[in-house]
Ligand binder design. Structure first.
Ligand code: ARG
Length: 271
């Protein structure tokens, strides 16, 4: 009886040892760059509410995500020799998405900040822009400086730098929403008075909507930040590959071309 029991126990131990060993081998952590290459696909998260960075456009009857960030994402995928899949999500979900592994990269006009750097990694900056506000054209003369925002309802996208800046302005009420398109809608219907946006985006929405104007006089100091691509923390190989592609695009003047093309494309959305 004792002997039988020990045989069974030894058997179980051997079995668990074998399966244990097998599973460690299967989950052997390959780095993200290798994982992308073996999957043959790069998954990029963005928030396609930010012309000319990324926005929706009907092309030949098909809803397509376009913009200069999309062109950069295409170049990265091509450089890695893989297919590109773009996931459209709320901006704060893009920031969280690299950490959870839901997306491989975030390309969404994302500015590096010390707080964000604690949770994700940033590539070299590929584009720089300042910030301003968009208001109703009929009210544009009311806004000459930041002071004029006192007592107003300011819209900002959830989880963005602009949201933080809006919260620091004295005497304003901040309304945060996940998508810029919804903020623009609330602005048009008078639920909010102004939306803080990166200057090219403010100009783009003003061009597209006759009833909206960008206010060049209202600028935000310390907000001349640049845009970077994000990855999960510690993915050195992937980040090196991304930086190499960005450096090449900058050197060849391609980013400028992508920005100019996307700006022209966004103008076609005018209604
Ligand atoms: N640059 C700002 C930030 O990093 C806002 C970016 C918003 N991007 C977008 N695709 N909606 O916080």
């Amino acid at each position: 009886m004792k002997k039988l029991l020990s045989i069974i126990i030894t058997g179980i131990m051997a079995l668990s040892l074998m399966t244990g060993c097998g599973s460690t081998q299967a989950t052997e952590p390959e780095n993200k760059l290798e994982a992308i290459k073996s999957a043959g696909k790069l998954i990029v998260g963005t928030s396609a509410d930010y012309p000319p960075y990324e926005f929706h456009m009907i092309i030949d009857g098909v809803d397509t995500i376009v913009g200069f960030d999309v062109e950069i994402a295409k170049e990265i995928a091509a450089g890695l020799g893989v297919e590109l899949e773009i996931k459209d999500m709320a901006f704060d979900a893009v920031l969280a998405g690299v950490g959870t592994g839901m997306i491989d990269l975030g390309v969404a006009g994302i500015n590096p900040t010390p707080e964000r750097e604690a949770a994700m990694d940033f590539s070299d900056v590929y584009y720089k822009a300042s910030h301003t506000i968009v208001v109703k054209s009929e009210n544009v003369s009311q806004y000459k400086s930041q002071e004029d925002l006192k007592g107003k309802v300011i819209g900002a996208q959830t989880g963005t730098l602009q949201e933080g800046v809006a919260q620091e302005i004295e005497g304003v009420t901040v309304k945060s929403l996940g998508k810029v398109t919804d903020l623009i809608l609330e602005l048009k219907t008078g639920k909010i008075d102004a939306v803080i946006l990166e200057l090219p985006v403010a100009n783009s929405y003003a061009n597209q909507n006759e009833d909206l104007s960008a206010v060049k006089e209202v600028v935000f100091e310390k907000m001349e930040g640049g845009s970077s691509v994000i990855t999960a923390e510690g993915e050195k190989e992937l980040m090196a590959a991304v930086n190499e592609i960005i450096a090449k695009l900058i050197k060849e003047g391609k980013i400028d071309t992508f920005v100019a093309d996307a700006t022209m494309l966004a103008e076609k959305l005018a209604n």
